[in-house]
Write a protein that binds this ligand. Structure first.
Ligand code: OKP
Ligand code: ZN
Length: 350
């Protein structure tokens, strides 16, 4: 028999701090890596102040076989291999191997995989470099999401928060990029399928192209996303409103692209439409891909949301009245990231 927590579990593991690339390349220009450890530390601090929260340091690691249900096993082996290679790279002590050659077909990939410069084998951009600790961080990040789902399955709670880092929503079956390596939300969703069909709602500023790809032709999971219009924002190649799902799953993919400058009013009105789609689908559970980069202060994005939007977002999701796993995604106004995660969880709970 399992204990019912009065409190909301927030799952965390400090290993994420060891994954810390120094640079990213913004249209060829080297700038500081935006996806920094402090993002999750600020969220941990803010969430710790909530009276109903219980912080769990999760040490369990999900079996590799479980990861292989959503991702090509060759990509999983590749992340491990390049992490080991980074550890052996002489010179400066914390080397990150950056994707720089991108194979465009199976033969190119096969050849590149055997080469000494294979970092780009499964990459769609330069934003997912691999260092000696990247694999451990990525594996644990995915495990936090899956363990959060597990707590719901065991009946311990109806709400859990996974402090995932690296984030996951750009990672697909055999692709990574945009700071993402494994799709944490998709892995949590896979676990929750024991409860029947469910939905993933993605509120990160960027389209969750990886999550969309994974569930594209699977009618048991609805993917609904609000994000900056890909016609002029990253990732540019997916997130358009005519992407409705594969032949077996037409209508179970719903994109709500929004213009740069989007404010609280437009955002919340659109969220109401998105939630209506979710309601019609009658899901038994929800995974929330929670990004906080929609806030006006975010240094890398172009929406104008105020902090007041987040409690409203939480209330609207709470009204679905189904179990929720919150999976942390983006958010680069580092201290705001913490405050907003606490505001969101507070409104999901209260
Ligand atoms: C990851 B997540 C910035 C260019 C784009 C990459 C975006 C990755 C977003 N000047 N940077 O969805 O927050
Ligand atoms: Zn984002």
């Amino acid at each position: 028999m399992s204990t019912f927590f009065q409190k909301v579990p927030v799952l965390y593991n400090p290993i994420h701090k060891k994954h810390h690339p120094r640079y990213e390349y913004d249209r060829g220009e080297q700038i500081a890596y935006q996806e920094v450890p402090r993002r999750i530390e600020s969220a941990l601090e803010a969430l710790s102040t909530l009276p109903f929260v219980d912080i769990f340091q999760n040490d369990k690691l999900v079996p590799i076989d479980f990861l292989c249900e959503q991702h090509d096993s060759a990509m999983i082996a590749h992340i491990q291999k390049i992490s080991r290679e980074a550890a052996r790279t002489p010179g400066e002590k914390d080397t990150y191997l950056y994707p720089w050659i991108y194979p465009l077909n199976a033969r190119m990939r096969e050849k590149l995989l055997d080469s000494p410069d294979a970092a780009g084998c499964f990459a769609f951009d330069l934003y997912a470099p691999i260092g000696q600790h990247t694999w451990e961080a990525v594996w644990q990040s995915a495990s936090l999401a899956v363990q959060s789902a597990e707590m719901i399955l065991e009946g311990q709670t109806r709400l859990a928060y996974a402090l995932c880092r690296p984030p996951g929503h750009h990672a697909g079956v055999r692709m990574m990029g945009g700071y993402c390596y494994l799709n944490n939300a998709a892995l949590a969703a896979q676990k929750l399928l024991t409860l029947g069909r469910g939905a993933i709602l993605d509120i990160d500023y960027h389209h969750g192209n990886g999550t969309q790809e994974i569930f594209w032709d699977r009618s048991e999971v609805m993917f609904v996303s609000l994000h900056a219009d890909p016609s002029d924002e990253y990732p540019f190649f997916s997130g358009f409103d005519d992407e409705l799902g594969g032949p077996q799953a037409v209508g179970t993919n719903q994109n709500f692209p929004l213009p740069k400058g989007c404010d609280d009013r437009l955002y919340l009105n659109t969220l109401a439409k998105a939630i209506e789609k979710i309601n019609q689908y009658q899901p038994h559970w929800l995974v929330l891909s929670a990004g906080f980069d929609t806030i006006s202060e975010d240094p890398s994005t172009f929406f104008e949301l105020t902090p007041a939007a987040f409690p409203k977002i939480g209330e609207m999701i709470r009204a679905l009245d189904i179990p929720v796993v919150v999976v942390h995604e983006g958010g680069y106004a580092v201290e705001q990231n913490g405050i907003l995660s606490a505001a969101l969880l507070n409104s999901l709970y209260t």
